[in-house]
Design a protein around this ligand. Structure first.
Ligand SMILES: Cc1ncc(COP(=O)(O)O)c(C=O)c1O
Length: 375
């Protein structure tokens, strides 16, 4: 029977406690939200939603085609200039998602004959970029600049190292300066995904590469999503103008994908302008993360010390992680739940987002619920 094998896979998933289901989400959920990636609490900010609405009124509900076919709006140009200036890079190119931005950067910068050195903890979209790229891929140990150095030393020809700046599961930071130094020793490029750093790390939220002194470097390319700190949707690649020009000509997820929706561009631009005016939001997200971590460990929970705004709490097993997250939800708290295959090391976790707009009382309530529902 066609697709019969799907039933066997479903059964195996059920036995392993790894079934994923979709549930409805009301517009006015009463849950305390520590599950979303809305780090700065901007997704529903009136300036951001109005930015989306105004852009849709002016430019329409969609981008109507690839920008190479239907053209680039003034809004896209303004957003790209604003993102590049804010993060300290020469140029920027926006995509319909952060996933598409990562596929673009890795495939276009990892051609046939090149080496792509990839951190074992990288996000799925970077991993898929490596799989799609024509270059040879070598996965190295997590946050290990020496392993990057060794891999690069053994290769002749073009090479890049690819890493998240803040890893999405445990919220730990990559040793960016050390990895960049290893790349420089061997004339390799560095491609980093700042999805969890933009808006949180660096002066006023300018990101982890900015914080590490790598902004504007001619051998560094940064990708990011507009869907986390900027409360919108879409992705961006930042880097030297010649790299961005190359992507326009070579990145299939730019060439063959409909441009970023005007509403998403308008929302992201409004959020960025807000962050420029209110840089304290970035520091507040880091403060909330530190407070959450301190209170969780004081309550005897095994939480990883956060480098940005992701706080990860270890769970004993996938089944217990799922039940723990469900019990939190019943008690009015939404938390993320990571389990295999999202976590390749097999350790299941609750994942909490330290939103800049959480109050002290909300942090206290979240920690109390997590403690009371622990398996
Ligand atoms: C590290 C990282 N990179 C890329 C993405 C993908 O971005 P987007 O959701 O905009 O496709 C995500 C998650 O959304 C992420 O956590």
């Amino acid at each position: 029977m066609a697709f019969g094998w799907i039933d066997q896979q479903a059964e195996a998933r059920r036995r392993a406690g790894l079934v994923r289901t979709l549930r409805p989400r009301p517009a006015d959920s009463p849950l305390l939200d520590l599950a979303s990636n809305d780090y700065l609490g901007l997704a529903r900010h009136p300036e951001v939603t109005e930015g989306a609405a105004a852009a849709a009124r002016t430019w329409g509900g969609g981008a109507t085609g690839s920008r190479l076919v239907t053209g680039t709006t003034g809004l896209h140009t303004e957003l790209e200039r604003a993102l590049a200036d804010f993060c300290g890079f020469e140029a920027a190119l926006v995509f319909s998602s952060g996933y598409a931005a990562n596929l673009a950067a890795v495939t276009a910068l990892g051609p046939h004959g090149s080496l792509i050195v990839s951190d074992a903890g990288n996000h799925a979209s970077l991993i898929d970029g490596c799989r799609l790229a024509r270059g040879e891929r070598q996965v190295v140990g997590h946050a290990d600049p020496e392993a990057v150095r060794k891999a690069l030393a053994a290769h002749e020809g073009p090479a890049i190292a690819v890493s998240d700046t803040v890893f999405s599961v445990d919220g730990d930071k990559a040793p960016l300066a050390e990895v960049a130094a290893a790349c420089r020793e061997h004339g390799a490029g560095l491609v980093v995904d700042d999805a969890h750093g933009l808006g949180v790390l660096g002066d006023g939220g300018r990101g982890a590469p900015y914080e590490a002194g790598l902004a504007g470097a001619e051998d560094v390319v940064v990708t990011a999503t507009l869907s986390k700190s900027l409360g919108s949707q879409g992705g961006v690649v930042l880097g030297p103008a010649r790299v961005i020009d190359h992507l326009v000509n070579a990145a299939r997820t730019f060439i063959f994908d409909t441009g970023l929706a005007p509403a998403a561009a308008g929302a992201a631009l409004a959020a960025l302008r807000l962050l420029e005016r209110e840089p304290g939001r970035a520091a507040r997200a880091r403060e909330v993360a530190a407070e959450l971590h301190g209170r969780l460990t004081a309550a005897g929970l095994e939480a990883v010390r956060p480098d940005a705004a992701v706080v990860s709490v270890r769970a004993p097993s996938p089944e217990q992680a799922v039940r723990w997250a469900a019990d939190c939800r019943t008690a009015g708290l939404a938390v993320g739940c990571f389990r295999p295959p999202s976590v390749p090391d097999g350790i299941s976790r609750l994942r909490l987002t330290a939103r800049a707009d959480l109050s002290g009382a909300e942090i206290e309530r979240a920690v109390r619920v997590i403690g009371e529902t622990r398996p």
